[in-house]
Design a protein around this ligand. Structure first.
Ligand code: NDP
Ligand code: 8X3
Length: 250
């Protein structure tokens, strides 16, 4: 029986790479994001390999999120796997000069958005007494680095929520885990630095993780036998030892 996965943030980076890998393995896909053209082109490409449905909503919008997931056609209503991946950093400023809009965005997307999506999907899983939720946290959820303040706070929250989910959903046999990457070369830094030149330098002088490296670990987690739950993974590129220690060539 083919499984169905809902992936948030499927239009770019880690989410998109995961969609491609899941499609290759015949997992049916519900792909979410706000950029419709990208959703359309990914759907077109992956429909050759598996069944694909797309949902366009902003995870910050509670009603839109619940409505979009509530509107799924019957054949996509049984969601076996939820990949809570949509998220981003906005700014890299010290707390004393941080921008309130940036703070709102990070807490609203990374924390509340993840909760809204989960709220729409968990009842089906508890009813069926099965399911698998993977939250994409970050190394920033395990340590705090200078100027990371609110982004790190949002990702620490993701880890705490992941543990809470695992405890509360344990009686239902639902697997819950977090995958926490360090530096991954995606559109992440373009968003963080608002397209500024600082984004160009983030991945220079070393080989950062690629979105496909993280997708491999996500697929590894979802393809374990029923009795195995990958609860928590911290992954770095070889050049990175911690949030602040990255070995770069001159
Ligand atoms: P990208 O910027 O490449 O992708 C982010 C995805 O999130 C996009 O598909 C975007 O889609 C979606 N998204 C962003 N905001 C919203 C929103 N308000 N509503 C709905 N969807 C939204 O970044 P990554 O792939 O790197 O990031 C994926 C996850 O990985 C994030 O949670 C990030 O925090 C985490 N992460 C990233 C690391 C990195 O170094 N890159 C390291 C550790 C963790 P659209 O714009 O179409 O809505
Ligand atoms: C993204 C990685 O180090 O920029 O979560 O916070 S980092």
């Amino acid at each position: 029986m083919k499984k169905t996965a809902l992936i948030t943030g499927a239009t770019s980076g880690i989410g998109r790479a995961t969609a491609h890998l899941f499609a290759k393995h015949g997992i049916n896909l519900i792909l979410c994001g706000r950029r419709q053209q990208r959703l359309d082109s990914i759907e077109k490409a992956l429909s050759k390999e598996t069944d694909v449905h797309t949902l366009n909503f902003d995870v910050r919008d509670r009603e839109a999120t619940l409505e979009a997931i509530g509107s799924l056609p019957k054949e996509f209503q049984t969601i076996d796997i939820l990949i809570n991946n949509a998220g981003n950093a906005h700014g890299l400023d010290p707390i004393q000069t941080g921008n309130l809009d940036d703070w709102d965005a990070m807490m609203d997307i990374n924390v509340k958005g993840l909760l809204y999506v989960s709220k729409a999907i968990i009842p089906g899983m508890t009813e069926r007494k099965s399911g698998h939720i993977i939250n994409i946290g970050s190394s920033a959820g395990k340590e705090v680095y200078p100027n990371g303040n609110v982004y790190c706070g949002s990702k620490h929250a993701v880890l705490a929520i992941t543990e809470g989910m695992r405890i509360d959903l344990n009686p239902f046999g639902i697997k819950v885990g977090a995958i926490n990457p360090g530096l991954v070369e995606t559109e992440f830094s373009e968003v963080r630095f608002k397209g500024g030149s600082a984004a160009d330098n983030v991945y220079k002088g070393y080989k950062a993780l690629q979105a496909e490296d993280v997708a491999d670990v996500i697929y590894f987690a979802v393809s374990r036998p029923a009795h195995v739950n990958i609860a928590d993974v911290l992954m770095f590129c070889t050049a990175q030892a911690s949030s602040t220690i990255v070995k770069k060539s001159k």
